[in-house]
Write a protein that binds this ligand. Structure first.
Ligand code: SAH
Length: 242
């Protein structure tokens, strides 16, 4: 993975990906919808984030690629002062409506991670970027933006899909075609990222990996759990060096 020059930053979006998520936007908060897996993994990833950050009260939190706000709202519920950013307008509309209904305050903005980093360098205590890197043309540019956005000593959390024959079989063939957990075409194998690539790019941007964790799905019990198996889904906790 390479890290592009800042001039390429504003173009770091695949419009077809944004359209894909926009088309599903009304279903973000339906726990039986295409977004069921995100609802199912949310408590797991939230607990894991909190295990690193400690209480979020009074902390500035940024959720990059927030979609309908599943993670953003839970971070706000945990006490964070949360901003969610995404480039899919329709998803943010749903996110804003849901926040009004639930009474869980989140500030949503249609802005790229790179532009946000230009405007607010070093503003956030915690940055999350989950299930998003595999959807952008230049994930390195997002990682660098996240690093610029967080304060020295602050946390940045990533999650994405590993790239190997097993992840192709499980995340695409299994999840999209056999079990139909998510719509066909949700993921493309070329966008998958090996943990070593993510960790190296993060380090290059001043983010040191503190923990790498696997996220496993058991199709028999329909349950997810965090584990040491990073071969398909995984999460990385990183910390901004001073
Ligand atoms: N992070 C959320 C949603 C993951 S789905 C969660 O884990 O619950 C992926 C999200 O990335 C979608 O909302 C999509 O609109 C967003 N996305 C894709 N490309 C993007 C880009 N270049 N900039 C910002 N968001 C993007």
């Amino acid at each position: 993975m390479t890290v592009s020059t800042p001039t390429a930053a504003t173009a770091n979006v695949d419009q077809a990906e944004i359209d894909k998520f926009s088309a599903l936007a009304s279903r973000w908060w339906d726990p039986t919808s295409e977004f069921k897996p995100l609802h199912a993994i949310n408590p797991l990833r939230l607990d894991w984030i909190l295990s690193h950050t400690g209480p979020l009260q009074g902390k500035q939190v940024l959720d990059v690629g927030c979609g309908g706000g599943i993670l953003s709202e839970s971070l706000a519920q945990a006490g964070g002062e949360v901003t969610g950013i995404d480039l899919a307008e329709r998803s943010l509309k749903i996110a804003r409506l849901h926040s009004l209904e639930s009474g869980v305050p989140v500030q949503y903005e249609t802005v790229s991670a790179e532009d946000m980093a230009e405007r607010h360098p070093g503003r956030f205590d915690v940055v999350t970027c989950m299930e998003m890197l595999e959807h952008v043309p230049d994930p390195g540019s997002i990682i660098r933006a996240c690093s610029r956005l967080v304060k020295p000593g602050g946390w940045v959390f990533f999650s994405t899909l590993n790239r190997n024959p097993k992840s192709f079989l499980f995340a695409i063939v299994g999840a999209e075609y056999v079990l139909r957990l998510i719509p066909k075409g949700t993921h493309s194998y070329e966008g998958f990222i090996k943990p070593s690539e993510l960790i190296q790019t993060a380090r290059h941007c001043g983010l040191e990996a503190e923990e790498l964790k696997g996220l496993e799905y058991n199709p028999i019990t329909d349950h997810y759990r965090l584990s040491g198996d990073t071969s398909v889904n995984y999460l990385v906790a990183t910390r901004r060096q001073d």
